[in-house]
Design a protein around this ligand. Structure first.
Ligand code: SF4
Length: 336
């Protein structure tokens, strides 16, 4: 997949006092990419004022700033703590993207330059622990995508390799992992590759890596000694979902390395969909697939929908059966 190349960069002036901020600024300047100074990455009036139809264009912008809130949040799913890390937003346009519910049309990629401060928070937290804790570093963005620009994922994996009582985990829908393969990670990093049927990736996960590339990335990371999990995420119950997901599971069982199949784990995450997604998709991507099946969904909190309980539990049972049949040694970490 081609590297993300921003067409315009917004930056807070204070990033220039950081080595990485200065280097990125100089690089974009040398490439002739327009650089626009801003006061605050959370308040960019000229982007806020753009109409929603500009969403796809805004996804090609990049914002460089300083992350202010560094507080780790306790978690009890894929990690012990969620870390506000080096980026939020992304260049892709998944039709269900949870970040659209928070940032709406402003869910473009933001990179935060004060990475050492974030890592120091993790180190402080880890130093108080009496047993190993897992830190989720990719919950607000896609670090494999971000790594193409900053090398921050490579850096973070190296930092974690030297930490006691700490491991990191992140999920991705991208596949550019070659930069990560020769790191001495010391088993402290876990990658979760999100997978979906090829047709759904093409129509719904716009701008992400295709299934073949993601499976290739899973195999490469496994051969490089990483712990590799697979996220069926998000599971989207289209009219022909059983057929599509059976083909996906067949593809996984034929293309994933046999030893990985014995050692992997699955997370099953059913789609939630926000009214914010619906608004943005209808206005800015009118020809995109409609994944909001109101007949199958019920309200879940303010402005959000999830699959009705019975539909969810029947589908969850289906996946448990089919996964057990094909991947008898693999554990299902959780279903949500
Ligand atoms: S890859 Fe993740 S962050 Fe990027 S658009 Fe898709 S769901 Fe959102």
């Amino acid at each position: 997949m081609p590297q993300f190349a921003p067409v315009r960069v917004y930056y807070e002036k204070s990033i220039l006092t950081y080595f990485q901020g200065r280097a990125l600024f100089d690089q974009f300047q040398d490439q002739g990419i327009p650089l626009i100074e801003i006061e605050d990455h959370n308040r960019i009036p000229e982007l806020r004022e753009l109409p929603d139809i500009e969403f796809p264009k805004m996804k090609r912008y990049l914002v460089l700033g300083i992350r202010k809130s560094l507080r780790l949040l306790p978690n009890n799913r894929s990690a012990d703590f969620i870390v506000p890390f080096t980026s939020s937003g992304c260049s892709a346009m998944c039709l269900y993207c949870y970040l659209v519910c928070t940032f709406f049309k402003n869910s473009y990629l933001r990179i935060f330059i004060n990475r050492q401060e974030m890592m120091n928070q993790i180190k402080r937290n880890a130093s108080k622990q009496t047993r190993t804790k897992i830190y989720e570093i990719g919950s607000n963005s896609d670090l494999v995508l971000e790594n193409q620009i900053t090398g921050n994922l490579k850096w973070a994996i190296e930092e974690f390799s030297r930490l006691e009582n700490a491991r990191c985990t992140f999920a991705t829908k991208f596949a550019n992992v070659d930069d990560l393969l020769d790191i001495d990670h010391r088993g402290k990093t876990q990658i979760r590759i999100s997978v979906n049927p090829p047709d759904l990736i093409r129509k719904v996960e716009i701008g992400t890596a295709n299934l073949t590339a993601r499976i290739g990335a899973a195999n490469k990371m496994f051969h490089a000694g990483y712990r590799v999990g697979l996220n069926l995420a998000p599971i989207i119950l289209t009219d022909d979902w059983q057929q599509q997901y059976l083909e996906l599971l067949e593809e996984l069982s034929s293309k994933l390395d046999d030893r990985l199949q014995q050692n992997t784990f699955f997370e099953l995450i059913f789609m939630t969909y926000g009214l914010a997604n619906d608004t943005i998709n209808c206005i800015s991507l009118p020809k995109a697939a409609n994944i909001f099946d109101k007949g199958k969904m019920q309200p879940k909190g303010r402005g959000k929908y999830c699959y009705k309980s019975e539909i969810h539990s029947n589908a969850a049972f289906f996946f448990q059966q089919e996964l057990a049949r094909r991947f008898p040694k693999a554990k299902i970490s959780y279903i949500v």
